[in-house]
Structure formats: structure tokens, C-alpha cells
Design a protein around this ligand. Structure first.
Ligand code: PEP
Ligand code: MN
Length: 358
């Protein structure tokens, strides 16, 4: 249920509602817009008489039942776009689109430093790189672990690019959050509810990828798990879903990008690398993603894709990445957004962090 306040409602009116909700062990999430304030009500059981009861409170314009199973992520609860801020870069709303680029996996100091400098030079907004890799085969390269995170932190220190990296288990959240600017929840973990709750208890932004067979509703409910723990900084990422089609690694669902922007206030980005699985399909689908309304893209870039330890076939080399950037800027220009290419704008994140105490 949402409670829509009148434009002349006072703070005392709002507090009176919050107090009544607390008596019922319900939570009221406040969303203050320019024209009106909305209180979104969430809780395990909302008494059937509550709506009518609140209609009579001073300052209330109307109460509305929310039919979708997700609440905090819905536009009904929060009509304005959520803008997630990372090191001065604003993601969402009508802010410039972001480009997150980097290798699938951090493989060595040389590899991540070279990539960080190349993508920075071409105008990327952030650096990606996996240190904990979910691989289909237990014999495949599974990442450098904490050493990989230290290399990412070093790359950030040198280039000022904020870093995005995956966390796979609840017990690693604290460690990964120490190094990362954005915690990535991989497609295979979209429904790992303990992990979602654990990242929901941090103050780091979360990039929530859509599951391989996740419906849009399931995906938004997973975001709800994170926000319900108190962390509103969730960025959704469409990375392709499994369909009958085998010609590409996955099927990129751009419907989802446009639909989720309508149903939710959260920023949405797209990952054409995992969605297509083929490097030569990454540029056209990157452009299409921005045109469809994505707030940015995340793409894999490697110094020598043929020798990559994971996902080489879908990684752009430096030259192809540099050639893509002006085309992305052109599309983002038509959309009146542009591409954010500041890296860290001075929040100090790129200072040396040293190593974490064990
Ligand atoms: C990745 O980003 O390298 C990755 C493993 O992505 P996904 O979880 O979307 O497969
Ligand atoms: Mn990958």
C-alpha cells in the first residue's frame, strides 16, 4: 500500500502516520518528490482495515493498494528515478551514461594495469574485473581471489577508475567490500538470498545481474531483498537470458531494459558481452542498449583476447574498444545524455588503501 500525502501535509502529519505504522510493526518508506510525498508501507501482514483507517489521517490525499509483489523497487512506491552516486559519477535519472570496461578476470598485474590505462584513455567511466569467478567447470580458472582485489585497487589508484567486482559468497562480502566500489552479484547468484541480504547490509552500491533464467519479476524481487536490508543503491544489469536460440551465448533481452525502467526507479545497465558471447556483436548491442534506455553498459576488454583465461571470445581488444567509444558518445549525445568519463571526481577513493588486516 502507498499513502499519498497532500502537498500541504506537515512533518507532524507524516510522523503521525509513521507512528501508527510502527504500532502495527510495519515500515513506512518515505519518498519525497517535488510535488508530493509518498509513504510506501511494507511488512509481513498489512491489516485489511489499515487503508481505510489512514484515509482519515490529516494530510492524507489518498491510499493506494500496490498489486506488484515487489514494493521498494517499484515506481509506485518511489516515482522519481533513483540516482546511485559512485565517486562523483551519478548513475540513473537523466545523468550521463556510464561505460564499465575491463577483463572478465583479473589475471596478472600487467594485464589489469594495461587494461585500466587503455580503457581510461578511451574514456571509460569504471573498471571491471573478476577476482572470484563463477565457472561452469571446477577445473577452469576461478580467479586470483584477494590478490586480484589488491591488483584492482592498485589499478584504481593509478587511473582513478572506480572498480566493479563480483562477490560470490556471504562470507566474502566484507573483504570484497573493502576493495570494491560496486559489488557485483553474478547471474548465477541472483537468487542467493543470503548473499543478497549480506550485500544489503553494506553501504556499497550493488550491481545485480539478471539470472540466466530469471523472470523480470524474480529479478526485481531479488533487488527487493537488498533494499529491504537498508541499502537503496542497487543497479540492475541485463546480461542475456537462456532461450531456445543457440547461435549466441544468450539472448539479449532489451525488452527488459525498457520495461524495468518503467516498472522500477532503479538504474539499469546492460552487458552485451555475456548476452551475445561474441566480440563482434558487442558494439552493435552496446549501441542498442543505450538507445533502449539503459543507463550504461558493462563490457569485457582484454589486452589479448585470444589468450584470455576466461571469456576471450566475447572480449574486445583495446583497439576495438577505443573505436566503440566515439560511437557510444554519438548515441548518448542524441539522447541528450553523453558518457560519463571522469573516473573518480575527487572523493579520494583512489588513495592507496594498503592491504586489509586479516
Ligand atoms: C562476469 O561478469 O564475468 C560474469 C560471470 O557475468 P554473469 O554473472 O552475468 O555470467
Ligand atoms: Mn565474463
Amino acid at each position: 500500500m502507498i499513502v499519498v500525502m497532500r502537498s500541504d501535509a506537515t512533518e507532524a502529519d507524516i510522523n503521525a502516520i509513521q507512528e501508527r505504522l510502527a504500532e502495527y510493526h510495519l515500515k513506512g518508506h518515505l519518498s519525497s518528490g517535488e510535488e508530493r510525498t509518498i509513504i510506501g508501507v511494507v511488512g509481513a501482514s498489512i491489516p485489511p482495515t489499515l487503508r481505510e483507517e489512514l484515509e482519515f489521517f490529516t494530510g492524507v490525499a489518498q491510499t493506494v493498494r500496490v498489486s506488484s509483489p515487489y514494493k521498494l523497487v517499484s515506481r509506485e512506491f518511489h516515482p522519481q528515478d533513483t540516482v546511485v552516486e559512485i565517486c562523483g559519477n551519478k548513475i540513473g535519472g537523466n545523468h550521463p551514461c556510464i561505460v564499465i570496461a575491463g577483463p572478465c578476470s583479473v589475471e596478472s598485474e600487467e594485464q589489469i594495469m594495461a587494461t585500466a590505462h587503455a580503457v581510461r584513455e578511451a574514456g571509460a567511466t569504471m573498471l571491471r574485473g573478476g577476482a572470484f569467478k563463477p565457472r561452469s567447470s571446477p577445473y577452469a580458472f576461478r580467479g586470483l581471489g584477494e590478490h586480484g582485489l589488491q591488483l584492482l585497487a592498485k589499478a584504481r589508484e593509478e587511473t582513478g577508475l572506480p572498480i566493479v567486482t563480483e562477490v560470490m559468497t556471504p562470507t566474502d562480502v566484507e573483504m570484497v567490500a573493502y576493495y570494491a566500489d560496486i559489488l557485483q552479484i553474478g547471474a548465477r547468484n541472483m537468487q542467493n538470498y543470503q548473499l543478497l541480504e549480506e550485500v544489503g547490509r553494506t553501504n556499497k552500491a550493488v550491481l545485480l545481474k539478471r539470472g540466466l533464467s530469471g523472470t523480470i519479476e524474480e529479478w526485481l524481487l531479488s533487488a527487493e531483498y537488498i533494499i529491504a536490508q537498508g541499502n537503496p543503491n542497487v543497479i540492475l544489469c541485463e546480461r542475456g537470458i537462456r532461450t531456445f536460440e543457440t547461435a549466441t551465448r544468450n539472448t539479449m533481452d532489451l525488452n527488459a531494459v525498457a520495461l524495468v525502467k518503467r516498472r522500477s526507479h532503479l538504474p539499469v545497465i546492460a552487458d552485451p558481452s555475456h548476452a551475445t558471447g561474441k566480440w563482434y556483436l558487442v558494439p552493435p548491442l552496446s549501441l542498442a542498449s543505450l538507445a533502449a534506455g539503459a543507463d550504461g553498459i558493462i563490457i569485457e576488454v582484454h589486452p589479448d583476447p585470444d589468450r584470455a583465461r576466461s571469456d576471450g571470445g566475447q572480449s574486445l581488444n583495446f583497439e576495438n574498444f577505443a573505436a566503440l567509444m566515439p560511437r557510444l558518445r554519438a548515441i548518448a549525445g542524441v539522447l541528450d545524455r553523453g558518457i560519463a568519463s571522469e573516473g573518480c571526481t575527487g572523493c579520494g577513493c583512489h588513495r592507496s588503501q594498503g592491504t586489509r588486516d586479516a
